[in-house]
Design a protein around this ligand. Structure first.
Ligand SMILES: [Zn+2]
Length: 284
């Protein structure tokens, strides 16, 4: 009996020992784990602080450079031209891309959707140029029927461009420009307000090559009107359509005109100078 009791006692003692060992081991492991986590958090916090400091320095530097750039622009030492091509892509797109490539300059294409090969959007992007949305149908009656109709058309070209390029394009150009006489003032205001709310920026032009005044406008006329040196920021309106053969023929001379006048060529983005016939309220 005594023997049995001592065996039970021994078993209990061993069990107790094992239990407390596991407990101590578990607590210790937890402690180590917590300690590791703490030191990891500390290290990450230090890293984050360092990166924040670096970012502050870079942001400051960026603002300085931007300020200098703006100053230079203000002094009119930097003159910028934005070449824009509307209504494409077209059978002339390749020729336009070739000329731009030869001159190592980039342009902005305000594309439409109807009757177009969507892969051509990607081709323009692959050449390093920028796409803008010019509505899908470009049919004044349809586009300017009402606000819903306008945005339905705009979203349609947005989705078409996105389907091949993956880009969610935010720059637009109104068919006929923001000063067009087709849409009523009230409709335009409604469209502009909604565009602004949705982050779209529209661009008109302050230099009209006059290639929309008819087909086969003489090259000399296109060059005469397509090269404007009146402002330090110029947005040139041209067209990329099957009928505008002479635009392609005039393009090299137009480019040369700007080069000679000391302009640099840039593409549009939402932060570009807002050359607009009807002013857009500031984006909030
Ligand atoms: Zn157009």
């Amino acid at each position: 009996m005594k023997k049995i009791l001592s065996i039970i006692g021994l078993t209990l003692a061993i069990a107790g020992f094992l239990y407390s060992s596991f407990h101590i081991f578990g607590t210790t492991a937890k402690f180590i784990e917590q300690h590791n986590l703490k030191s990891n958090v500390k290290k990450l916090t230090a890293d984050k602080n360092k990166k924040t400091e670096e970012l502050t320095v870079l942001t400051k530097k960026n603002a300085e450079i931007k300020g200098q750039y703006e100053q230079l622009k203000a002094d009119k030492k930097i003159k910028t031209v934005y070449l824009t091509f509307d209504d494409g892509p077209s059978p002339h797109t390749d020729q336009i891309l070739d000329i731009l490539k030869k001159n190592n300059i980039k342009a902005t294409f305000f594309v439409i959707g109807i009757g177009k090969n969507y892969n051509d959007y990607k081709k323009i992007i692959d050449h390093g140029h920028v796409l803008g949305l010019h509505t899908y149908s470009h049919e004044y009656k349809e586009v300017y029927a009402n606000e819903e109709s306008f945005f339905k058309d705009l979203y349609k070209i947005r989705d078409a461009v996105k389907s091949t390029t993956g880009l969610d394009v935010k720059i637009t150009r109104f068919p006929g420009g923001s000063s067009n006489a087709i849409a009523s003032k009230a409709l335009k205001t409604a469209i502009i307000n909604r565009m602004t709310k949705e982050g779209y920026v529209y661009f008109d032009w302050n230099c009209d090559s006059t290639d929309a005044s008819g087909n086969n406008v003489p090259v000399e006329k296109l060059v005469k009107y397509g090269v404007c040196t009146t402002h330090s920021d110029i947005n040139v309106l041209m067209h990329d359509t099957h009928a505008k053969k002479t635009t392609v023929q005039a393009l090299q001379q137009i480019i040369d005109g700007y080069k000679k006048a000391g302009y640099t060529f840039e593409t549009l983005d939402v932060n570009s100078p807002k050359i607009q016939h009807v002013k857009q309220p500031e984006l909030k």
